[in-house]
Design a protein around this ligand. Structure first.
Ligand SMILES: [Zn+2]
Ligand SMILES: [Zn+2]
Length: 390
């Protein structure tokens, strides 16, 4: 095992300059969800350059890709790449996720002789609201995969990430338009319903479990100031520690909307537009990753279960197989975190790239261990089978 690790790490060091250059290029060309043509093109070409056969347009997604190599008959581990950006650029650092995965895969391909199983390199578009991984999972891109992993930049280091489940809903109210001064009694206000909905949701917050979140925006607040608003629309994102509890929160928001419609003489309609499952961190794998991180002098402890956190479509993967989503530090605490403008420069920094290469090694060694050590795979699967979260 030791000499295999050394070979993998050496190969990653040899690949370092290429990985950093590609990550920088992706950072310089930020692309929104499902539009990551430049990034997907660079990554697939890079993988082909070190000898992989890469399939593009996987699962009907233009910017998804997949490559697989290694020995048949053994276990299969997937290393996932994200590469979409936000409107303010690579403020979530997916350029680092992509090239940590790329470098890890290069290390396993070039540095491990006689790989005792298979590695899948999966390019997953649209983590930022598009749920690319969910689509790929549903369309079979992870069929036959025993475990999955990726790593995400952050302002701290942790081998686990307690990501929340989400449910995204759109609610609209239909009222009756009338002249707001001449005949307001002939109208019913879709805006009054909307205001009541937000107030009822705020009142409901007191009764939510710790860690739950509800946040919403009004996307249509009315048509003209002198007309009783006929139609309004809003979006809510409900989040909770489990998918089942998040559904309860979303149902509560819908009941608030029904009550607001009743009170204002309007009608309400709602549509679910997706959501992510919570992240079930496989501790067996997370601890192995942390051990490897420690070998580079970087502690990667478990995140506190009440740590402030967002959501990820890796959550859905973690409900389908043992999975990890460690976070790695590219910015000091207080100097910006994910989605903030200040984070953009950290995701294209020497410090960030050094962390990316170190993390690539820890991921690659963890993946190798899973292929080479049946006991580790057995333990990870037993932990997954015993999960109680839903
Ligand atoms: Zn993000
Ligand atoms: Zn992200």
């Amino acid at each position: 095992m030791k000499s295999a690790h050394a070979g993998i790490c050496r190969a990653i060091d040899e690949y370092k300059d290429a990985a950093v250059a590609i990550s920088h290029e992706i950072h310089e060309h930020p692309e929104l969800k499902f539009e990551e043509r430049f990034a997907a093109g660079l990554l697939t070409q890079a993988a082909r350059d070190f000898g992989l056969q890469v399939e593009t347009g996987v699962g009907g997604l233009e910017t998804a890709f997949r490559a697989e190599f290694g020995k048949s008959g053994g276990p299969t581990v997937a290393i996932l790449a994200e590469y979409d950006a936000l409107p303010n650029g690579h403020s979530c650092g997916h350029n680092l996720i992509a090239c940590a995965a790329l470098a890890a895969v290069a290390g396993l391909k070039n540095g491990a002789r006689d790989l005792p199983g298979r590695i899948v390199f999966l390019g997953t578009p649209a983590e930022e609201g598009g749920g690319g991984k969910i689509i790929l999972l549903e369309r079979g891109a992870l069929k036959g995969v025993d475990a999955a992993m990726m790593a995400h930049p952050f302002d701290g280091e942790a081998c686990t990430m307690p990501a929340l489940a989400t449910r995204h809903i759109i609610i609209s109210f239909q009222g009756r338009a009338a002249h707001a001064a001449v005949a307001p009694w002939d109208g019913s206000s879709a805006l009054s319903a909307m205001i009541q909905l937000f107030q009822s949701v705020d009142a409901a917050r007191l009764h939510l479990r710790d860690g739950a979140r509800i946040h919403g925006i009004i996307t249509n607040g009315g048509q003209a100031v002198n007309i009783i608003p006929e139609r309004t629309e809003c979006q809510f994102l409900a989040r909770g520690k489990t998918s089942s509890y998040t559904k309860e929160i979303a149902d509560r928001v819908i009941r608030c909307a029904e009550a607001a419609a009743l009170a204002t003489g309007t009608t309400m309609s709602h549509a679910a537009v997706g959501g992510y499952k919570n992240m079930i961190n496989n501790r067996t794998l997370a601890h192995r990753y942390a051990d490897h991180s420690e070998s580079f002098g970087v502690r990667s402890p478990e995140a506190p279960t009440d740590a402030p956190t967002g959501s990820t479509d890796m959550g859905d993967i973690s409900h389908a197989m043992p999975a990890i989503h460690p976070v790695f530090q590219v910015a000091k605490r207080g100097e910006g975190t994910c989605h903030e403008d200040a984070f953009v420069r950290h995701t294209d920094s020497e410090y960030g790239y050094a962390a990316m290469i170190r993390v690539a090694k820890s991921l690659a060694m963890t993946a190798y261990d899973l292929l080479a050590d049946p006991e580790l795979m057995k333990a990870a699967k037993a932990e997954f089978a015993a999960r109680t979260e839903s």
